[in-house]
Design a protein around this ligand. Structure first.
Ligand SMILES: N=c1c2ncn([C@@H]3O[C@H](COP(=O)(O)OP(=O)(O)OP(=O)(O)O)[C@@H](O)[C@H]3O)c2ncn1[C@@H]1O[C@H](COP(=O)(O)O)[C@@H](O)[C@H]1O
Length: 215
């Protein structure tokens, strides 16, 4: 279904959400022209009600909202616009128009860290520990994962919580490097875990195992 501008007298509210952190950044209004321009340019564009003109967010500040996706609500009169913001969204200098900092949750940081590791793999800058791991290859990276797993286990059985968190972090970092080396993502692992969360998953797994279609 198309967004219904007519129903809304030509102007629909557009909720702007950070595609990564999922924080709500601001609310704006779009007419059909602004909507089309947003899709054509990939920069979120509104209709300014006060200035009565099209307004591309970032055109003066450089703080563009790069379009990721745009979606109608259930009755096609409000838009959810997911973006990657360049800089702070609010004109007051805060990340959201509600004065909040756009903090990444520690769990989401795992994907950010893997993006960073992937960048290291592509650019291979000198002096980087991650680069040195990629240079040594998958066998050495796998060995490091094994070592860090062992150190984590030792802390779990015989150490402090603080040391356990420290070693588990070493383990996760090296696991991310290993996944990256293999062209895989932490999201692939999360998706597998999500699949397993189905209460019938283990039953299905056993059935498939019995049929010999799964290891
Ligand atoms: N999270 C980590 C991280 N965790 C652990 N490590 C490194 O992993 C190594 C752990 O190995 P060990 O405990 O065996 O200690 P070691 O004796 O120094 O290591 P070896 O001599 O055995 O290789 C240390 O050198 C740590 O510095 C990490 N190195 C990098 N990161 C992240 O990766 C980013 C990029 O790092 P660089 O590529 O080095 O810029 C950083 O900004 C961080 O966010």
């Amino acid at each position: 279904m198309k967004i219904d501008f007519e129903k809304m007298d030509g102007l629909v509210p557009a909720i702007i959400q950070d595609a990564t952190t999922k924080n709500v950044l601001m609310l704006g209004f779009m007419n059909e022209e602004a909507y089309k321009k947003t899709i054509e340019t990939g920069h979120v564009t509104f209709w300014s009600r006060s200035r009565q003109t099209l307004w591309t967010k970032g055109e003066t500040s450089g703080h563009f909202l790069n379009l990721v996706s745009i979606k109608n609500d259930c009755d096609n009169d409000t838009l959810l616009v997911r973006v990657n913001p360049v800089g702070p969204t609010c004109h007051t200098g805060t990340d959201t128009c509600w004065g909040e900092d756009n903090e990444t949750s520690p769990i989401l940081f795992l994907t950010e860290l893997q993006d960073f590791i992937d960048k290291r793999k592509k650019e291979m800058p000198e002096g980087s520990y991650t680069t040195s791991l990629f240079n040594k290859g998958i066998n050495k990276i796998s060995q490091k994962v094994g070592e860090e797993a062992l150190e984590t286990v030792i802390e779990a059985t015989n150490g402090t919580d603080e040391h356990l968190v420290y070693e588990a972090s070493d383990l996760l970092y090296h696991l991310l490097v290993m996944l990256t080396a293999k062209g895989l993502r932490i999201e692939d692992v999360a998706a597998e875990l999500q699949k397993r969360h189905d209460p019938n998953w283990d039953k299905k797994r056993r059935q498939e195992k019995a049929k010999g279609t799964m290891k």
